[in-house]
Design a protein around this ligand. Structure first.
Ligand SMILES: Cc1cc2nc3c(=O)[nH]c(=O)nc-3n(C[C@H](O)[C@H](O)[C@H](O)COP(=O)(O)OP(=O)(O)OC[C@H]3O[C@@H](n4cnc5c(N)ncnc54)[C@H](O)[C@@H]3O)c2cc1C
Length: 270
């Protein structure tokens, strides 16, 4: 079985974000400013577990600028077999419509993929749209908010999963190939081993293929800003929160609590 995962490089969750001249910048004095999107680690883990159970291989795909290799490095370090960076200046400014087109083209180029797994959403772009747009573009079974992959029947060509829905859980079965987006309930991602990190560093340096628009035989009117419907008209930081702090002084904790309740009722908070 050939499983693909799509992972995005995002700012670290501890990075300090700022908006300068309408552009978002970030830095992380305590660590690496860029990481693999945390939601995508669940997709990577699930793909590796399925490979361990059914055999085959896992290929990680990321689209981003040339320097955006952290997500793929994490994927290889955790146990993915191969990785591909999809990158081209012409892809800059892609919204999810253009991104899903490029990712679908990359999956098609891999050729024999049975299952592609995505995270729930990217912690920066945050739309959660890309996975199901890719499913739609490929014409594959779209299975979102998956909390368990119950069965993959490669011979019978079906996959059975449990999905989270508002009122509970839903078990569904569909034909392969399929595109899944997974929630963090699905597994506990492993830490990469020291050996895995060394292998990933070597892979990134020597073996990482980079596919550009021409390699994908992609239509240039469907990528980057040209292929996007969304324009960022304005990006701005929220004004700092303002408020007053009142210290309650009373003779006992009970009296302080009673005064707090009175104040909350007065302000109609309770
Ligand atoms: C040259 C270049 C520059 C780019 N610059 C930026 C930038 O500055 N900021 C930015 O946010 N994006 C950038 N992108 C990437 C692209 O615009 C976004 O990935 C896309 O719009 C996804 O939207 P989202 O973040 O809401 O993802 P969501 O729809 O929330 O993501 C859902 C899932 O889809 C998958 N996914 C999403 N994006 C990617 C990806 N790029 N590669 C692999 N898997 C993915 C992941 O599994 C993720 O969990 C750039 C791309 C290129 C080629």
């Amino acid at each position: 079985m050939h499983i693909a995962i799509c992972a995005k490089q995002t700012p670290s969750t501890t990075a300090v974000l700022a908006v300068e001249d309408g552009k978002v910048t970030w830095s992380d004095p305590g660590g690496s400013p860029d990481i693999a999107n945390p939601w995508d680690e669940y997709a990577i883990e699930e793909a590796i577990r399925l490979k361990e159970k059914h055999g085959g291989k896992v290929t990680a795909i990321s689209m981003g600028p040339e320097e955006a290799r952290e997500a793929l490095k994490t994927a290889i370090a955790m146990g993915c077999d191969e990785a591909v960076l999809v990158s081209d200046e012409a892809m800059k400014g892609s919204d999810t419509l253009a991104t899903s087109y490029v990712l679908a083209k990359a999956i098609e180029k891999l050729g024999d993929v049975d299952l592609v797994i995505f995270g729930r959403q990217a912690v920066d772009g945050d739309t959660g749209q890309t996975s199901m747009q890719v499913a739609r573009r490929l014409g594959w079974t779209p299975l979102s908010f998956v909390v368990a992959v119950d069965e993959v029947d490669a011979e019978g060509g079906t996959v059975t999963v449990t999905r989270a829905i508002e009122a509970g859980r839903q078990k569904v079965k569909g034909p392969l190939p399929a595109a899944l987006s997974v929630l963090k309930e699905i597994n506990e991602p492993r830490y990469p081993s020291f050996k895995g990190i060394r292998q990933a560093t070597k892979y990134m340096r020597r073996s990482l293929p980079i596919w550009a628009t021409a390699d994908l035989e992609a239509d240039s009117s469907k990528i980057g800003a040209a292929g996007s419907r969304v324009r960022w008209l304005q990006v701005y930081a929220l004004p700092p929160k303002e408020g007053e702090c009142t210290m309650i002084e009373a003779d006992s904790p009970e009296a302080a609590a009673a005064e707090l309740v009175d104040k909350l009722l007065e302000e109609k908070v309770l």
